[in-house]
Every structure is written in C-alpha cells, then in structure tokens.
Design a protein around this ligand. Sequence first.
Ligand SMILES: Cc1cc2nc3c(=O)[nH]c(=O)nc-3n(C[C@H](O)[C@H](O)[C@H](O)COP(=O)(O)OP(=O)(O)OC[C@H]3O[C@@H](n4cnc5c(N)ncnc54)[C@H](O)[C@@H]3O)c2cc1C
Ligand SMILES: Nc1ncnc2c1ncn2[C@@H]1O[C@H](COP(=O)(O)OP(=O)(O)OP(=O)(O)O)[C@@H](O)[C@H]1O
Length: 592
Amino acid sequence: MAISLCTTLQLQFLTLNSSKSTLTSILTNPTTRYQFSTITMNLCTTKSEPVTTSSAASSSSMQYVPEQDSNEMERVSNQTFQRYTSNNTKRSGKGTSIVWFRNDLRVLDNEVLYKAWISSQTLLPVYCIDPRLFSTTHYFGFPKTGALRAQFLLECLADLKKNLMKRGLNLLIQHGKPEDIIPSLAKAYGAHTVYAQKETCSEEINVENSVSRCLQQVVLPSEESAAASTTSNSHPKLQFVWGTTMYHRDDLPFDVTCLPDVYTQFRKTIEAKCVVRSCIKLPTSLGPAPPIEDWGRLPSMEQLGLCSQNVSKGMKFVGGETAGLNRIYEYFWKKDLLKVYKETRNGMLGPDYSTKFSPWLASGSLSPRLIHEEVKRYENERQANSSTYWVLFELIWRDYFRFLSVKYGNSIFHIGGPRNIQHNWSQDKKLFESWRDGCTGYPLIDANMKELSTTGFMSNRGRQIVCSFLVRDMGIDWRMGAEWFETCLLDYDPCSNYGNWTYGSGVGNDPREDRYFSIPKQAQTYDPEGEYVAYWLPQLRAISKDKRNFPGNLYIRQIVPLKFGTTSRHNKEDKSHGARRGNDRRSNRRQV
Ligand SMILES: Cc1cc2nc3c(=O)[nH]c(=O)nc-3n(C[C@H](O)[C@H](O)[C@H](O)COP(=O)(O)OP(=O)(O)OC[C@H]3O[C@@H](n4cnc5c(N)ncnc54)[C@H](O)[C@@H]3O)c2cc1C
Ligand SMILES: Nc1ncnc2c1ncn2[C@@H]1O[C@H](COP(=O)(O)OP(=O)(O)OP(=O)(O)O)[C@@H](O)[C@H]1O
C-alpha cells in the first residue's frame, strides 16, 4: 500500500501577479525590476511500505553512503590519514597566517592548508557562512542552496573541525561575508597572509576581489610585515592556490584561454603531455592555533532560513572528509567495484553502480588527486582494466568543465551559452513545474526528479535524460533546469552543472554535441524491468515489469507528446537508435 506524503519546500519565487507574458519578459530580462515573494509549494513524494524485491538496491527504504558505522569510519579514515601524512616536512615561516576555507573542506592533499602552515608559526583556519549562499538563484529566484545540500555542508564543516582538532588546530566558524570577516581577523591576529583556494566563476571571483580590496585597508604592525617578508606594503597578502582539479592548471600544455573546444582533443593532449601531481603530504601535527576562546558554532538549519529535510528513501550521503575517504575505501577496496565501473556506471538505482564521489568532490572534502592515487594503488595491488581507467576519464570531464569556465567566463550561464546560440525557449511555468515536481506522466522523468528532490542526487544517466526532456521535448529554457539543479544537487558545482546543461541543450562549446534522448529507448536500455521507476513511483509496482515504463492510462496523463517517436516500446525508430554504453557521450548522433 502506498501512502502519499507531501513534503513542503519553501521556495522564493517571482510574484505571480502578472500575466504570463509579463512573467516571461521579466524572466528573460534580468534587469527588469521584480519582486520576490515566498510561496510554499508542495512536492508530492510517495512513501511506500518497505519494498520487497531481491534487488539489494531496492530492498531497504534508505541507504547511507557510505554504509560503514562510525567506528569503522574512524578506523578507515585514520588509516588513510596515515598513508597520506608525512612528518618529514619542515615548517619555515614566521608569524600568523589564515586559511580561508571555501570549497576545499578537507585536510588531506590540501595545498592551501599546506602553504599556510609552512609559511607561519601559528595558523588560523576559518570558514565564513556567507548569507549569499542561502539567497536565491540568479534568474528564477529558486533557493540558492537547498536544505539537503545545506545539511551536507554542515556535516562537512563539523567533520573538518574534528579533523583539524585531531591535528592541534580548530576551525573558526563565522557568520557573514568573507570580505567583512577575513580582514578583521587578519587585523586582530596580525596575520601576514591569507591563503585560499582559487575559484573560477564570477560570483566567487567577486568575493575574492572584495576580500582583496578590504585587506588593503588593514595595516599590519611592522613585526607582522616583516614576517610576510614584504618590503613595500604593510597589508596582509591574499594568496590564492589552485586546487580543484586533478591536473594542475599550471601543468596544462596550453594556456587555459586556448583550451580545445572538443573534449576528446583536450583529454588526449593532457593525457599525452601532463602528469597528475602527487598528493601534498602534511605532518600529523599542525598546531598551534591562536588562543581563541570562542571558536563559533555551526548554525541550525532554521538559522540558515531552511527547514530540515529528512531523507527517508534512496541514498543519504554523509557529509565530510571522513565519509568521503570511507566511500573510496568502500567502493574500491571493500566491495571491489572499481574493476566493473565501466559496465555499471550507467545505472540509476542504488549506491554501487557508480562511485558517488561527486558530493565530496564538490565540497572539496575529497581531492581528485587522492582519488587518482588510490586508482593507481588499486591498479598495482589488484588489477588495471578499462574500468579503472574510466574513473579517471570521468574526472577529466570534471577538470575540463572547470577549465572551460575560465575560458568562457559568464557565457556558460547565459541563455545562448558559449556559442551564443539564438533559440526561442519557452518559460511555461506549468510545464516547468510538472518537470520539477516529477508529474510529467513519463515514469522515467518523474522517478528521476523525485529522486533529486528527495535525496539531492541523480545518476548521470538520469541527468542527461531529464535535461534532454526539459529542453527538447518541452522546449523549456535550459537555465530553469540548471537553476533547479543548482538548488537541489548535493554535488552542485557551477562548472560541471552549467557546463553539462549547456552541452545537453546544444548551446555548449562543442558544436558536435546535440543529442536527443529518446525516453522509450532509454527506459528499455537502462530500466528494462522497471525496477527504478517502481522504486520511486511505488504505484507502478503493481503493473507488470515490461509496462512500468509505459503504463498508459494506469499512470498520470503525459503533459507533452515526445518530439520524436511515440511512447510505445515497440517503436521502430527507437530500435534503430541504440545507445552505446560506456562512451556514448563522445558520439554526436542526434538520438540516443
Ligand atoms: C545536466 C547535468 C548536470 C550535472 N551537474 C553536475 C554538478 O553540478 N556537479 C557534478 O559534480 N556533476 C554534475 N554532472 C555530472 C555527473 O552527472 C555527476 O558528476 C555524476 O553523476 C556524479 O555521480 P558519481 O560521482 O557516482 O559519478 P561517477 O560516474 O562515479 O564519476 C566519477 C566522477 O567523475 C566526475 N564526472 C563524471 N561525469 C561527469 C560529467 N559529465 N561532468 C563532470 N564531471 C563528471 C564526477 O566528479 C564524478 O564524481 C551533471 C551532469 C549533467 C548531465
Ligand atoms: N558560482 C556561480 N553559481 C551560479 N551562477 C553563477 C556563479 N558565478 C556566476 N554565476 C552567474 O554568472 C552570471 C553573471 O551575470 P551578470 O549579469 O552579473 O554578469 P554578466 O553581465 O553576465 O557579465 P559579463 O557581461 O561580464 O559576462 C549570472 O548568471 C550568475 O548567476
């Protein structure tokens, strides 16, 4: 028996007291003045009795990722810390430096932390809870950070604090804008340098510029200036460190502004000409920290203006470096799944068809170089095959989108994308909301969208399918989809998110990529027994397996017809356009 459960999500949305055409013009022209109002929307999810099938993925109602208990998590993380720690490093600096933590919420292989430690005698680690992270998205006014990602972030911060304390430091948690907080801390503690990870998108760069400007107002006493070994200026320095990618930006064989526009060209060039750097190894003890009485507290969800959201179904990702390291251990070593990654990676149900590293990578709780080193260790100790390579292949996609954001700047967020493609997009609110809420009448779309709002995660396969459906079958402005993903995804990263959306919408930098995902074909290939859709839409479980993705009148009405083909699984066109597993992203066929 299925019980309907309505979770309410408070969304900032545009005032809808205007006619549809006014709304459309407001939305297309961000410079038009508009008012925000808070409306409450119901996202209807369905809570089922525990599902009883033989499939491990669907046999319990909620699965932790990683699944280890806290004792085992501690053991595994201590072991990994030992492996990536070195006590040979000598500290040579003077005075105090600050680590301004951003999307690098980890201790291991953190070059920012390393540089700050080595250049000082005392180190102050700080994280600023920036209210702008909890405002609204740029064009459509959705919450900038949804409740699930906010919860994940708080878990990351609690874990970072714990891991820093184990090493003789702590994490100062401050509420406010970095440009207000960092300079006043630099002044109060006489810090000669502030170290931070370099970001590449304009929102983050604007913050960097503001912090830099405000640090210029701080005058250091002469002692600290000497520690900074500066002769001319007596202001604290702001030192950025590159740290988000597997391949270091400085090692690219071309200037990033000349990045190849075709992924394969990029990948082949860097594979031939670059080497992934080894992880930075820090010593076990990083103290002392300055004497601070009140290290601050993590805010509650309510203080962030959000309602807590429990994950009752699907995957519950545990935030923090400890959990991220445990996921590597679980996926590579304990379950030995790395050797089959390439065959399973297009799955949709359960934790084990893919690595699930992305939420930790996006928050910086895991370093891609550490994953690289663990892949190499696995290849040495167990086996090397196309699957072990394929995880690195995917991480190169991640690097690629990061470097593209440097090359193309704000155009990755603009409607025409990097190529400035003109297209007549619709912003039909009813269609968009049916997609967002998982009520389109297409089980594969609805199941994926429900997974996203319930857990903050969706498989790569699902993301490509729902993106194609929104932009190609519904004709909706791709930025609405991208901003909704920005709200919901635990692994939200501006470069990967907007990069993939521009790709999927045909406005990306690679003109060869313009693909239509046929829903019947995708359902037949990736959910042939309807297990995935029946998990998220339990009312379909009563239907025979072959009809779950094609339920006809037994399910809600389809909100739009498909652009190509019918919903019949026996459709000829679908049969002739089979998707290749594994490397189909490289193909430029129009239908998959
Ligand atoms: C429309 C759309 C939006 C997306 N938005 C994001 C996003 O905001 N953040 C994000 O991290 N990924 C995004 N992706 C990429 C991809 O879907 C996720 O990285 C992947 O599903 C995460 O699951 P995993 O860690 O199990 O991946 P795996 O299959 O195990 O891959 C390993 C790692 O490779 C990287 N990777 C894999 N595929 C891609 C890709 N297409 N682009 C960039 N990196 C990739 C990720 O870091 C991932 O953790 C998006 C894809 C699409 C189609
Ligand atoms: N980290 C980020 N996450 C989401 N969106 C971002 C991020 N950084 C930048 N953006 C987007 O970048 C865009 C900047 O838009 P804005 O109108 O301020 O500048 P612009 O006029 O596009 O700048 P320019 O004309 O110089 O390219 C917005 O769409 C904003 O949402």
